[in-house]
Design a protein around this ligand. Structure first.
Ligand SMILES: [Fe+2]
Length: 246
């Protein structure tokens, strides 16, 4: 096994028993899908919208990861791999380095439509996976995993966590002179996206040194985010981090 491989029988992996989803599960997915897509058609990155269409996300049912992967794999080599919940950071990075995206498969309940402390399939598949169909983002994320898995010091780990937070989770992108959302935390949450694009958030041009020097807090709306001009900047940033960590 090479240093970035993750054993297929690691106990955090699970299976997605698609037939076991209830009518409520499909209904919740549909409600969340409708709510977010209505907004994202205006303020979501076209790269997200293109990706959602490529992997055939639909409003009427919880996605079957086998279908998603059948569309994604031939395009960029990425796969969404079902996991039981949070997995150790190092294993998470090693999965990314292998173009495997750990994906929770539970659906939140109707009572928790607006807030769920842990990820669910809506955050992970609706929020994250569409961008894996974009070839530049796909390469960036794979490289991110390989570099992050190599972090040894606390400082290096912090740098990579900040780079992930301000891009994959809460990234903004300028398209046709408008700032759009692409980070999964913004794609999957109306409140976070509205805050990110509203007056309470300071939106600054993406700059690697500023990003890795910027602390973040996870328990409230973000008051500072970074805007890329294209995903090429992400790939350049992770390449620079690779040089720095070797
Ligand atoms: Fe996420």
């Amino acid at each position: 096994m090479n240093s970035t491989a993750v054993s297929l029988d690691a106990d955090f992996f699970t299976i997605q028993d698609w037939a076991a989803y209830s009518d409520e599960n499909h209904e919740v997915w549909g409600i969340l899908y409708d709510r977010r897509m209505r907004q994202l058609e205006d303020n979501g990155s076209r790269l997200f919208l293109d990706g959602a269409s490529t992997i055939n996300l639909r409003r009427d049912r919880v996605p079957d990861l086998a279908d998603v992967n059948a569309r994604l794999g031939p395009r960029t080599g990425w796969n969404a791999v079902p996991v039981k919940g949070f997995i150790p950071a190092h294993d998470f990075f090693r999965c990314l380095a292998n173009r495997r995206f750990p994906t929770t498969v539970i659906v939140r309940s109707k009572e928790q439509l607006d807030y769920l402390p842990e990820p669910d399939i809506f955050h992970d598949v609706f929020g994250h996976v569409p961008l894996h169909a974009d070839p530049v983002f796909a390469d960036f994320l794979q490289r991110f995993g390989a570099v992050a898995a190599r972090a040894r010091t606390e400082e290096q780990t912090t740098w990579m966590a900040r780079l992930f937070w301000f891009t994959v989770e809460f990234g903004l992108i300028r398209e046709d002179d408008q700032v759009k959302v692409y980070g999964s935390g913004l794609i999957s949450s109306h409140g976070d996206a509205a805050n990110a694009l509203g007056p309470a958030c300071d939106r600054r041009p993406f700059d690697l040194e500023n990003v890795i020097g910027q602390a973040f807090e996870i328990d409230h709306f973000q008051d500072l985010l970074f805007v890329v001009e294209s995903f090429d900047q992400l790939f350049e940033a992770v390449s620079a981090m690779e040089t720095r960590l070797t």
